[in-house]
Write a protein that binds this ligand. Structure first.
Ligand code: PGA
Length: 261
């Protein structure tokens, strides 16, 4: 995988937004896989600025959701469908009709999961999947020891993740659902390009395990080691525990321009 160390979250957002913009210029109807959480916001802000400036056109862009809470009504402000409508679709000028996501309020959760995998395949697959990383190394909501071959399915959140996410529910962990639907690790690995963004010192251990640790289900993000085109963008604090940081900086500084991200 390629590791790019950037000075701060804003630079990471700009770098990834530019990669998305280049993809959309090449393939205007690309399917962008998007993530929720605090980390991806600088990416969406930088991409929205490009749309506003007219340097990228999202008229035909399609968007796919990574994960969703189970049991929250779709119109709950913290359902990821609502969050993405607010943070991605509106600022990028993308219609709800161009959005694919699993139904977290479905009565038949299993059918919602298999149906979502089928919908992603029918849409031609995800072109670029943006990922955050949990402090426990999760991608999507694939918590530690998720099968590296998993498909979209229901998962139970760790208490750590529920506590991490309580800030979106007024600080009340009791409001955070126990269950989620998440694209499986096997599903995520089918995207053509994986781009993981990690910022802040709280992610340093998870980043080191992802990049330099063994491929192991205990760190779900380490599955990126299996992908032929995975890019890990980290700010300085998140890069603090990488032993090979010097090499990653050297490789990026000497990267041929034509390669892109
Ligand atoms: P965060 O979440 O960006 O809010 O830290 C990341 C994640 O849980 O994947």
């Amino acid at each position: 995988m390629e590791v790019v160390i950037v000075p701060d979250a804003r630079a990471g957002g700009e770098l990834i937004a530019e990669a998305m913009a280049q993809l959309l210029r090449r393939k205007p109807d690309a399917l962008l896989g998007v993530a929720t959480g605090s980390t991806p916001l600088p990416v969406y802000q930088a991409l929205a600025a490009k749309v506003a400036a007219g340097t990228v056109d999202t008229a035909r862009t399609r968007v796919a959701q990574l994960d969703e809470y189970v049991g929250l009504p779709a119109d709950h402000p913290e359902s990821y469908r609502s969050v993405l409508a607010r943070e991605v679709l509106a600022p990028l000028g993308i219609a709800k009709a161009a959005f694919l996501g699993p139904d977290g309020s479905a009565e038949d959760v299993r059918a919602a999961c298999t149906g979502y995998d089928a919908a992603l395949a029918a849409a031609g697959g995800v072109d670029l999947q943006l990922l955050g990383i949990g402090t426990d190394g999760h991608i999507g909501f694939n918590e530690p020891c998720s099968s590296l071959a998993s498909r979209t399915r229901i998962k139970t959140l760790t208490e750590q993740t529920r506590e991490d996410n309580a800030r979106f529910f007024g600080g009340d962990v009791d409001q955070v659902p126990y269950h989620v639907i998440t694209q499986g690790i096997g599903t995520i690995l089918e995207a053509r390009h994986l781009v993981l963004l990690a910022t802040g010192e709280g992610k340093a251990d998870a980043v080191a395990a992802t990049v330099e640790g063994p491929l192991a289900a205990v760190c779900p993000a380490s599955a990126l080691q299996l992908h032929p085109h995975a890019t890990v963008v980290v700010d300085e604090p998140a890069a603090a525990k990488l032993k090979l940081a010097g090499y990653f900086r050297h490789a990026y500084a000497h990267k041929p321009d034509w390669q892109g991200l």
